[in-house]
Structures are given as C-alpha cells and as structure tokens.
Design a protein around this ligand. Sequence first.
Ligand code: SF4
Length: 240
Amino acid sequence: MVKLTIDDKAVEAEAGWTVLDAANQARIHIPTLCYHEALSSSGSCRLCTVEIVTNGKSDLTTACTYPVEAGLEVKTNSEKAIGARRLAVELLLAQRPHSERIQELARKLSIEKPSFILKERECILCELCVRACHEIVGVDAITFIAQGKDRAVDEASVEHSLDKCIGCDTCAYICPTEAITVEDVGNTRIINTPSGKLEFKLKRRNTCGKYWAPEKQLDYIIREYNLEPEIFDTCPDCRD
Ligand code: SF4
C-alpha cells in the first residue's frame, strides 16, 4: 500500500491508483467533468486540478492522471488549486454557457459569469466520446479535427465517421454538455454531432412491431460475438 495525505488526512492507496482514486476511496470529493471510471483518464478539462507537495516542492496537477506516491501531500482546496479550478470552469462556461452541467460546476465555485469572452462552441474537447467509442464500443468512429499538440482550441472539434459509426448512442449518453444528442424518429435513429447528423435505419421487432436498435449496431454485435443472424429478430422485451 502507498501512504499519502490528502487535505491533511492520512490515506492508503494501492500502487497504480491515481490521486483521484485515492481521494474517492477516502471520500474526499474532487470535482470532475472529463473523467469516467470506466474509461482511461485524459485530464483534459483540468477540473480535478489539485496542489501536490512532493520533496518540498509544490505543483499543480490533475488528480485523475497523477499516480499516488509514498509521502505525497495533496491539497484539494488550497488557494492555488481553487484558482486553477476556477479558471478551468470559467473557460468551460465561456465556451458552453448553456450547459446545465457546466452551470452547476460554476455555481459551486460561485462563478456567475466568466471574466473573459470566448467563441461559443458545442464541443468542449473533453474527449469522453472519443475514449468511449474506442474503449467501450470498439469501433473508433470519432476523431479530433485539428488534433495535435498545437491544436487551436477555437478550431478543434470531434468528427464522427459515418462509415465506422454503428449508431449505438454511447457517445451521446456520455457527452456531458449535450454536444452530441440522439433521437429516434420513426424507423430512423439520428445522432446529432458537432460535425453533422448521422442517420441509421432501426430494426423492427418481428413480434411487437416496434423499432428498437440500429440495424448496423445489431449486425456489428452479431459479427463481433459470432451470433446467429436471427438472434435479434425478436427484441429482448418480447423474448421475456
Ligand atoms: S454512436 Fe457511433 S460514434 Fe457514437 S459511440 Fe456509438 S459507434 Fe461511436
């Protein structure tokens, strides 16, 4: 076990955990936005910024990416950490002012409005959709436009590939700012993305006649898991 302190509380963590894992285990709240426990961490939103003191040196880092180490001192609510977190939230609020999730984060830090103006944008580049499509769905249908170290934040966004996308809606489900949404209209699933609409034909249940999942998604599952082609002719509800 690795022994460290978080907000002056002695905490034990397993080797390989991040500071965020250790804080969660010790029931010390650190706010997050681009973090999801089922996915790898990117630290891109910087909301989980904490101050760390190691070998007498203080620094700021993202708790979701920083590995625990023996003797590490973590301050989640120091002036320095809160200042960095406020800046992160102001940046998000300036770009996506109508997002309820971001408004809530701002309220918690008593931020009424950002102290600067940025071009509003749908996607805040949290990368949750990219990681979910790659790590959970396994189809890699989303990539960054203008990706790279020097990407201009104003120009960067995510781009969905219609060829690869199976219309599963995982990206819409996980998007924290409604930049990606899904709607089923009649026999069509529509995924609304920052780079345009994608449409998928829904499969009709043989038994009850209702539409339930994109044909492309079901074909993908049949291929991936080597299932009988007829397996989805009856929907799970009708099978019970
Ligand atoms: S809807 Fe398409 S882009 Fe979104 S997670 Fe599913 S496969 Fe990936």
